[in-house]
Design a protein around this ligand. Sequence first.
Ligand SMILES: [Zn+2]
Length: 369
Amino acid sequence: MCHFSMRGLLSVAFFLLLLLFAGAAPSDAQDLMSVRTVVIDAGHGGKDPGTVYGSVKEKDINLEVALALGKKIKDGYPDVKVIYTRTRDVFIPLVERGSIANRNKADLFISIHVNAGGKGSTARGTETFVMGVDKSKSNMELCRRENSVITLEDDYTTTYAGFDADDADSFILLNLMQSAQFEQSIYFASLVEDNFTRNGPIRHSRGIKQAPLVVLWRTTMPSVLVEVGFLSSSSDRKSLTDKESRAKMAECIFDAFVSYKKKYDPAFEPPVTTDTVTVVSPDIRPAKPSAGDTLYRVQIFAVSTKLPAGAAPFQGEKNYEYIEAAGLYKYVIGRFKNRSEADAELARLKIKFPGAFVIRTDGENRILK
Ligand SMILES: [Zn+2]
């Protein structure tokens, strides 16, 4: 049912204008080649439960997998910024989810969902979507379901002006906006499905698909929507309602993230894993007490697990120490008597560690306010 009409052409113009005014300029080449910021989107939430089976709601499964994935990325790569579109059971409009990713100049957008078949459907398995047009009937149905949340939003008629879930032309326009990121999106999607097939709790991949999904529509970075299983399938449901299986799903997506980073990030290092953290090296040293005065030091980052010496996150820095405080290992560099010396070191370190800042400690390594 695909034909170009006058209305279609007008909406092309409208959408291109929208693109110009949305500030949706693609990142520069260097940004495209690094993987430093990831936005993880737990589908649905609040008044929109998504797919429901008895007391099981899609929105809760999505959130749990999303948070577990984010934690794995943070633990494995303390220097990667993880941003969630939601961390609780709240309603977030579809267009806002992509905007969060654009505003934060994310390098990758991962939306997590649970699938459902229609009445009498025996469909099961995982599938990962990238933005695109595929006119097969089942995709159109999924699309209508995942996009239909728009109508729950108070001002959807203005936010999504020009979008008609039943109009193929609208879909083609949405497609244009993601074409620049198509190859990377497809690559990430294939990694996710490969990992599900090899290590996932649900080892039945329905493959990589294209669909015009509003949540991916205006993102300006590689973006995928992962359907981790069918709540309508009794065998998938066993995994979807099992905590360990959900953690495994997050792990599969995390492993895809690692492979993706390896391909696209020239500064790639393997993730810091719990296995390597238990290796004790003589180079790992807690900060020694020093007599007397207040010291200024540059905190480069804080993590919940002690890192092995020379781990990737240190980016070649050697003279770091850690201070244990509030359940965190705060890694610091330098022992300066005055603030200006510390600021000079901070300026150097900020290039590698944008989140670095100066802290004050006393002689016993207690952090001072
Ligand atoms: Zn969904």
